[in-house]
Each structure stands twice: as C-alpha cells, then as structure tokens.
Design a protein around this ligand. Structure first.
Ligand code: ZN
Length: 221
C-alpha cells in the first residue's frame, strides 16, 4: 500500500474487523484432498486445504472469488465467540495485559475500561517509547471500532482501549508498530525492517493479533 497523506491516520494498522482488506490465510497440503476446501481452524483463522500438485499461485484468485463467503464466515465466528461472553462476570474480569482482575459494572463498563487503559496502557507506551528513543507527541486512548492503534502525521498515537484484553507481548507489538510509523509512514519493507529490529517476532505477533481480536468480549465494544 502507498503512503498516506498528511493529516490522515495510518489506514491499516492491524484492522480489528472481520473484513480485512487483505484476507490472511495459511495453506495446508493434503494428499487425500480431491479439491480445494476452506476452513476456519482455530476460529478466526482461515486455512486453505489444497490437494497435492495444486498450484499455489492459483490460491489468491480463488480466495478473491470466495471473498463474500469468507467475510460472512468471519463475522459468524465473531458473533458466536462474542455471545459466549456477553455478560460481565460479577466476580471480576481478568485483564491479561496487566495481569490483574477488576470488578466491572455494566452501567459504566466502557468509561471504566478507558480509565484503566489511561492508567496502564499509556505508561506502557511511554516506557516503550523511552526504550526505543522514538517519542510521539502524545499517547491517547480511544475506543476505535476497527484499529488497534494509529499514528497521525503529527506523531500523535492513538491506542485502542481494548488492548487491555490482550497479552502484554501483543500490546507491546502494537505500541512498537505505531512508534515505527513516526519514521516510516507506510507499511513498506523499510517499515517492517525497522519494526523487526525492535521486535524480531513482529510478523508472528501480527498474526497472533488477528486471532486475538476474536477473544474480546462483546460487552467491551
Ligand atoms: Zn501501521
């Protein structure tokens, strides 16, 4: 993707929706398969099973052909995962990012999550910024529907309050990702090289992040 114009936000910092512009998938070759099949295993991760001898170059076109079906299936996974946890547990909810449980109430759950993110995620951001020597103008917490984070042309970084529901290494990945946008305002090879210097497993973390979105409880949206 190309550069974005000043004033815009990074258009594609790890979208959280089930409708990514590019559909991510892994490929499995099955000696027993007679034709190509698509499945979601684990939920939220698309696996393309191909018969032996099937040309991998043909997969991209095949995915495009079935895009509508895939997007529908993605959103079905999201709904079924979400309904499992649509009630806030009274005994407290464990937030992996900070390794602690908190009692949350339905009446003010979103402001409370935001306050917790201000209290814990923003300082994490500054610590990581100090560590890397890349300092943004500001870290702000938002409840974005479709982005984990974004970095404006003035180097203002927005972080999604739902990061609280992720493991610490994924929160770190998102923060490092946005800090790298201070220097590289695109997702070019140079961007990924600079991110890999800070997080050697950034591509694995990016993949993990895509599956992690399905674990966020419905009441956090
Ligand atoms: Zn980005």
């Amino acid at each position: 993707m190309g550069k974005w114009t000043p004033g815009d936000l990074c258009p594609q910092c790890d979208p959280m929706t089930g409708k990514p512009a590019r559909i991510e998938y892994s490929v499995r070759i099955s000696p027993r398969a007679k034709r190509v099949t698509l499945k979601f295993s684990p939920p939220g991760e698309l696996v393309v099973v191909i018969p032996r001898g099937f040309k991998k170059e043909r997969i991209a076109a095949l995915i495009e052909e079935r895009r509508t079906w895939i997007e529908k299936a993605f959103s079905k996974v999201l709904t079924s995962e979400a309904t499992k946890e649509d009630v806030i547990p009274a005994a407290g909810f464990f937030l992996p990012s900070i390794g602690r449980s908190f009692v949350l109430e339905e009446s003010n759950v979103l402001p409370r999550i935001r306050a917790l993110a201000e209290e814990y995620i923003v300082p994490m951001g500054w610590n990581i910024a100090d560590e890397t020597g890349r300092r943004p103008g500001k870290f702000s917490i938002r409840n974005q529907k479709s982005l984990w984070g974004s970095c404006s042309s003035k180097n203002m970084i927005n972080l999604n309050q739902k990061l609280l529901f992720l493991e610490p290494h994924l929160v770190r990945y998102v923060i490092l990702h946005e800090l790298c946008h201070i220097e590289h305002r695109d997702h070019s090879t140079r961007f990924w090289t600079s991110l890999r210097d800070l997080d050697p497993f950034c591509l694995t973390h990016r993949r993990e992040l895509r599956s992690a979105q399905w674990t966020i409880p419905a009441w956090a949206y």
